[in-house]
Design a protein around this ligand. Structure first.
Ligand SMILES: [Zn+2]
Length: 485
């Protein structure tokens, strides 16, 4: 966000509260202006039209966008010119997404290594933003993103919101890791108003037992129709509400940026008495999937091509899990073609009862940091392990820390009343899931640390899961592992 800019951030933090709200609202007004621009309205209208197109029409649209991207990459991006020449390929060899298999997978390591060669030579500085995406690895990746690509992404979000009934001007609460509220806030105001877009930003960095009652009160007073945020933040608040016997009806909850587990979904839906609409998007602005009212994840084929590779680098069968490979169709400053984002997912056949023509995909799972490795070498994903929350009331949050295979520490941020029996129950529940071979310890802490972007990681692993499993981001070791078996 703009407040992450060093100078603007410094000015912002130096201002009194009313001026901070004025600055946030001013930025909101700029955003509103963008969303009322003819360009934004044109993209949104087009997206609303294409979501109802037939699969054949969407495939043709994707192929057409792909041919344009490939031509551009060949002519203007040194990295791709080299890749094409090494393989004796020219743009006419890539006509459809299936032809992309003629090109190599682009790993994050390769993007880091060839960053300058991936920059299109015919794009001038004012046409792109410089973005960074760290993801679960924590090592930031510098990306150039067309301004029009970001606008397109905003239109995709608006399309999803409109599926849930959002109209411009509706009250929205944003609950995620934002630096708008200083970490040492002492005035008791843990939110900032954006009157420009009729939003309140609640800080995801302040979700403590002292502050959450204040959040609940704010939600009751302000009555937002929609809440958008990280699953971990909304879940933490919903779980607090459950404990406090509070329910606050909303029209829809939008989650994104982290994997949403079934437990999180059920607690959030119960406490806010509405559906969760989950979205899988990434900082790279590539292929995005998002849920419709039937819970199916639809691919936004207009923004990117989503492919799923088997361990041997072949297309995985429909329904079979594999490595997600994405090709972004809207970013020309730094095209990412056959990009391995490091997530695991699947494609799904069939038509959704909602009637939209956008093809389907399975939920994304198995992000690299989301596994515990048991003493027996089993990989335990976060989904399922987080059920231990259900058995102990006196905890605010907990987190599983793994430094060695077969050893896990449960870090607990306790509530008043947390006792030995709670500790034992947590260990018992986790042991039920991990098996008896894994050593489990408990470490109460005053406050669980969040990531720099305010996400709460349920699993913090210091293990080199790539090396242990041959899965994850390191494509070569993934292939070697599977070619041996
Ligand atoms: Zn649908």
């Amino acid at each position: 966000m703009i407040y992450d800019h060093p100078l603007i951030g410094w000015i912002y933090r130096s201002c009194p509260l009313p001026l901070q709200n004025a600055m946030v609202s001013g930025y909101g007004l700029l955003q509103r202006k963008e969303r009322h621009s003819p360009e934004f309205r044109r993209i949104l209208a087009e997206l609303k039209r294409t979501e109802r197109s037939s699969l054949a029409a969407l495939e043709e649209l994707q192929a057409e966008c792909l041919r344009k991207l490939i031509r551009h990459a060949y002519e203007n991006v040194p990295y791709y010119r080299r890749v094409f020449e090494e393989r004796h390929l020219t743009p006419p060899d890539i006509q459809t997404p299936a032809d992309l298999y003629k090109l190599p997978v682009l790993t994050k390591q390769a993007v880091r290594k060839h960053a300058d060669d991936l920059r299109a030579r015919n794009v001038s500085r004012h046409q792109y933003w410089i973005g960074r995406t760290g993801g679960s690895t924590g090592i930031p990746l510098k990306l150039l993103l067309d301004r029009s690509c970001i606008l397109f992404d905003h239109a995709l979000i608006r399309r999803l919101w409109s599926w849930a009934g959002y109209e411009p001007g509706d009250r929205v609460v944003i609950l995620r890791g934002l630096t708008l509220v200083p970490p040492n806030e002492h005035r008791g105001t843990y939110w900032r108003y954006d009157w420009g877009e009729n939003k309140i930003y609640l800080s995801g960095f302040h979700l403590s037992s002292e502050v959450m009652p204040v959040y609940v009160q704010k939600l009751r007073e302000w009555k937002p129709k929609f809440i958008a945020g990280y699953p971990s933040c909304v879940f933490t608040l919903a779980r607090f509400m459950e404990h406090a016997g509070e329910q606050i009806p909303a029209q829809a909850i939008f989650t994104s940026s982290e994997k949403l587990t079934e437990l999180e979904r059920s607690v959030i839906e119960r406490q806010f008495q509405c559906k969760v609409w989950d979205r899988y998007g990434t900082g790279e602005r590539l292929a995005v999937t998002q849920q419709c009212e039937y819970g199916a994840y639809h691919q936004n084929v207009e923004s990117g091509i989503l492919q799923v590779d088997s361990p041997l680098g072949q297309p995985a069968a429909v329904g079979q899990k594999g490595m997600l490979i994405q090709t972004g169709l809207t970013n020309f400053s730094m095209p990412l073609i056959r990009y391995a984002i490091g997530d695991i997912g699947s494609l799904v056949n069939g038509k959704c009862p909602c009637g939209r023509g956008l093809p389907l995909a399975g939920p994304v799972e198995g992000r690299k940091d989301d596994v515990i490795v048991t003493a027996e070498g089993r990989l335990m994903p976060r989904a399922g392990l987080d059920q231990i929350y259900e058995f102990v009331q006196n905890i605010e949050r907990c987190q599983l820390v793994q430094r060695r295979v077969g050893e896990v520490i449960i870090r607990v941020q306790p509530r008043p009343g947390f006792n030995h029996a709670d500790s034992e129950e947590l260990v018992r529940q986790l042991r039920k899931r991990l098996g008896v071979g894994t050593t489990i310890g408990i470490e109460p802490v005053e406050r669980l640390e969040l990531t720099a972007t305010g996400k709460q990681r349920f699993i913090v692993s210091e293990l080199d899961v790539d090396r242990i499993t041959g899965m994850g981001l390191d494509l070569q070791s993934w292939k070697e592992k599977f070619s041996q078996t």
